[in-house]
Design a protein around this ligand. Structure first.
Ligand code: 6PG
Length: 240
């Protein structure tokens, strides 16, 4: 695991944008496409906006990117809580990624159907062996959740399917989410974590005993890939 520490969320977002552009350029020298899973939440918004502007807007070969999502809130695309809507508004509407390369988790069909459909797409796209995403971007909630793997939910222990849906009582909504088996096959996973409210969970996730039901982010450990934690000083306050 590599921990990257920054003064604040702005410095972190600038650094992650550069890191992503470098990773994309290096990867595209070896292979024809770059596959990324975006995260929801509010932390990536600034990163997206930096990527959608100079110099990255011109530097990155957007035509070779294939975009997926780590999780989705099962609300209509027009709803401000929809993760895909956020990504379109902050990034995808501003860069030339071909529409056929953008795979949203649908919310115009039932969450179960949407998960089944996404599972099929991913199996076709990745095949059954080897690495999956070139990069999975993740956020961590104040409670230690990541993706829609919330503390105390069964999905934290999913071993088989790559995508699933469930009703998240605490938020009174369905969630559609990738699961550990496919995420941990990624070549690279990067958590973006900022702000004082994350400090306690960050300490427990990185330094505490393994309690996946309490801190589901602990289950994210790439089998063969790289794990990066990009954090700001406020989030890192309880790390010694
Ligand atoms: C979601 C997420 C979720 C998110 C964290 C962190 O749809 O809610 O994808 O896992 O990444 O809750 O969110 P913030 O960046 O808003 O703190």
């Amino acid at each position: 695991m590599e921990l990257h520490k920054f003064r604040d969320a702005e410095a972190l977002s600038e650094a992650v944008a550069k890191w992503i552009a470098d990773v994309i350029a290096a990867t595209l020298k070896r292979q024809p496409r770059f596959t990324i899973a975006l995260s929801g939440g509010s932390t990536p918004e600034r990163l997206h906006k930096i990527l959608a502007a100079a110099p990255y807007k011109e530097q990155i070969d957007w035509s070779k990117l294939h975009i997926f999502w780590g999780d989705e809130r099962a609300v209509p695309f027009q709803d401000s809580r929809n993760n895909a809507k956020m990504a379109f508004e902050t990034l995808l509407n501003h860069v030339p990624v071909p529409a056929a390369h953008i795979h949203v988790m649908r919310t115009d069909i039932s969450p179960e159907q949407s998960a089944t459909e996404y599972e099929k797409i991913l199996h076709q796209y990745f095949g059954e062996k080897g690495p999956s995403f070139d990069l999975v971007l993740l956020g961590m909630g104040d409670d230690g959740h990541t993706l829609s793997l919330f503390p105390g939910t069964a999905v934290v222990h999913e071993e088989k399917v790559w995508v699933t849906s469930f009703f998240l009582k605490a938020q009174d909504m369905h969630r559609i989410t990738l699961t550990r088996p496919i995420v941990n096959r990624a070549a690279r996973i990067a958590f973006l974590t900022t702000g004082p409210k994350k400090a306690h969970a960050l300490k427990e996730v990185l330094k505490g005993e393994y309690h996946p039901d309490l801190y589901p982010s602990q289950t994210i450990m790439p089998q063969a890939g790289e794990l990066h934690w990009f954090v700001d000083d406020a989030a890192a306050a309880e790390l010694s």
